[in-house]
Design a protein around this ligand. Structure first.
Ligand code: PSV
Ligand code: MN
Length: 430
C-alpha cells in the first residue's frame, strides 16, 4: 500500500479551490491552440506520459567547492532522501523514479529499500557509480584516475565498484548505470591522451560485460573537474567513441553543464540521436560552468531548443528508445524540494512547448532557406504559456495545482527539522 508523505485529501481541497480558475485558463489556451491546429488535450496526454528521474543527491543542501551551509530538516540518509523525493512526486506527478549514487546511498538491505520506495510510490532509475572520490574503506586511491588509471590494481577496483553498483541496481529494479569518471590531467604532458582513453575503454568493457541484457550503460562526459587540463571523456566525441567501441548497450549521457561555454548542445542532441547513441540527460542550468543551477533558471530557451531537437528526433524515429531524463542539480540557497519542484515544472514546460512546434511549417521554411520563418516556427511555440496544460495534467494525476504553495503550507521542512538529526557543516558540491 502506498504511504503518501503528504495528505492527499489536503491536495484535493487545495485543487478544488483553484479548479474553476484553472479550467478557465485551460479552455482559453485550448481555443488559442485550436486556431493553430493544435489539440491541447493531445499535448496534455503527452505531458501526462512524460517523466524525469530525481537525483537522490540533490535532496540535501549542496554547496560550492568551498562551503556548504546545512539547513534544518535536510535528509540524513537514503530513507529520508526517498521521503523527500516522494514529496516532489506526490505534488508534481512527473518524477516517479529516483537515481541513486553509490556509495553515497549505500544501505544494508536493498530489498528493504525497494519495499520502502514501493510504499512511497517510487521506482528506481539509473544507478551511478562514484570513482571520483576516495572512500575510507578502499585499498587504492583514485588520485591518479580510476577506470583509466595507469595502475591496473586501481582499474580493477574501479571495475569491481561499477559491477557492485550493477548488482545493487538489479535488486532495486534499475535498468541502467551512469558512469562519470573524473579521470584526466592537470598539466600538459601529464597524461598520454591515447593510452588513457585505451585504458578507459578496456576497463569500461569489463563493466559492460557485467550488464544484464536489458540494461544500458550511460557514459557521461565532462571537459573539466577535477582534471582541469584534460579529461579522458571530455566531450561528446570521446563519449561517442567509447560508446561505439563498447557496444549497443552503451550510450552517451549529456549533462547540460558539462560543455565549454556557448556550445550548441541542441546540435549535440541531434548528432547523437542520428547514430542511435543518445542515452540520457542530466538537466540543470549554468551561468559560468558546471554550476548545477536549477533547470531553466538561466537559459530556458536552450532547454526548449534541446526538447525541440528531441521532438524532431522522436518524429523521425517514433519507435526508437526514449532517452533517460534525469535532474542533476545542487541547491545552495533554496529548499531542495522547492528547487526540484520548480525545475520539474521548467523541464516539463520545455517539453510541452516543443510539442507545439509546427514541424511542417518549420521544415518548409528550412527547405526554402527562409531563416526568419523557420525561427518564427520555433518562436511561436516558445512564446506560449503552457502552465495551464501542466497544471491540469498534474491535478488529473493527483498532484497539486500550485505545487510550491501547497508545499509551503504543508510545513514539511519545519516538521522534518523536528524529527531529523542535524547535518554538520561540510564542503562540497553534493
Ligand atoms: C559530475 O559533475 C556529475 O554531473 C555526475 O553526474 C556526478 O555523478 C554528479 O555530478 C555528482 O553530483
Ligand atoms: Mn551529471
Amino acid at each position: 500500500m502506498t504511504q503518501a508523505p503528504l495528505s492527499q485529501d489536503a491536495i484535493e481541497t487545495h485543487n478544488a479551490q483553484r479548479r474553476e480558475a484553472l479550467d478557465d485558463d485551460y479552455q482559453a489556451l485550448a481555443r488559442t491552440l485550436r486556431r493553430r491546429g493544435i489539440d491541447a488535450d493531445r499535448v496534455k496526454r503527452s505531458v501526462a506520459d512524460f517523466s524525469i528521474a530525481l537525483p537522490s543527491w540533490a535532496t540535501g543542501r549542496g554547496g560550492t567547492r568551498f562551503a556548504k551551509f546545512a539547513i534544518p530538516g535536510e535528509p540524513t540518509n537514503i530513507h529520508e532522501k526517498l521521503e523527500d523525493c516522494a514529496v516532489v512526486q506526490q505534488l508534481s506527478r512527473a518524477t516517479p523514479r529516483v537515481s541513486l549514487h553509490f556509495p553515497w546511498d549505500g544501505a544494508s538491505d536493498y530489498r528493504a529499500l525497494k519495499e520502502k520506495a514501493d510504499g512511497l510510490g517510487l521506482g528506481f532509475d539509473a544507478v551511478n557509480s562514484n570513482t571520483f572520490q576516495d572512500q575510507p574503506t578502499q585499498a587504492h586511491s583514485y588520485r591518479n584516475g580510476s577506470l583509466s588509471a595507469t595502475d591496473s590494481a586501481v582499474r580493477e577496483q574501479a571495475i569491481a565498484h561499477n559491477i557492485d553498483c550493477i548488482e545493487i541496481g538489479k535488486a532495486l529494479g534499475s535498468r541502467a548505470i551512469t558512469v562519470w569518471v573524473g579521470d584526466g590531467s592537470n598539466f600538459p604532458g601529464q597524461q598520454d591522451f591515447t593510452r588513457a582513453l585505451d585504458r578507459y575503454i578496456s576497463a569500461a568493457s569489463a563493466v559492460y560485460a557485467a550488464l544484464p541484457d536489458d540494461w544500458s550503460m550511460l557514459l557521461e562526459h565532462k571537459l573539466f573537474e577535477p582534471a582541469f587540463y584534460s579529461t579522458v571523456i571530455s566531450d561528446w566525441g570521446s563519449s561517442l567513441m567509447a560508446a561505439q567501441e563498447l557496444g549497443a548497450k552503451a550510450k552517451c549521457l549529456v549533462d547540460l553543464g558539462h560543455h565549454a561555454p556557448n556550445v550548441n548542445i541542441e546540435q549535440i542532441v541531434a548528432r547523437l540521436h542520428r547514430v542511435g547513441k543518445l542515452g540520457g540527460f542530466h538537466f540543470n542550468d549554468s551561468k559560468y560552468g558546471d554550476d548545477d543551477l536549477d533547470s531553466g533558471s538561466i537559459n530556458p530557451h536552450q532547454l526548449f531548443l534541446v526538447f525541440s531537437e528531441l521532438a524532431e528526433a522522436a518524429a523521425r524515429a517514433p519507435a526508437g528508445p526514449t532517452p533517460a531524463y534525469m535532474i542533476d542539480q545542487s541547491h545552495n540557497v533554496t529548499d531542495p524540494i522547492e528547487s526540484l519542484l520548480s525545475s520539474t515544472e521548467a523541464i516539463v514546460s520545455a517539453f510541452a512547448k516543443a510539442a507545439l512546434v509546427n514541424r511542417d511549417a518549420l521544415h518548409e521554411a528550412q527547405e526554402r532557406n527562409d531563416a526568419m520563418m523557420a525561427f518564427q516556427a520555433l518562436r511561436a511555440a516558445y512564446k506560449v504559456d503552457v502552465s495551464p496544460i501542466l497544471a491540469v495534467a498534474r491535478a488529473e494525476a493527483g498532484g497539486a495545482i500550485d505545487v510550491l504553495d501547497f508545499y509551503r503550507q504543508s510545513n514539511w521542512r519545519e516538521r522534518k527539522a523536528q524529527e531529523r538529526k542535524a547535518v554538520g557543516l561540510g564542503a562540497g558540491i553534493v
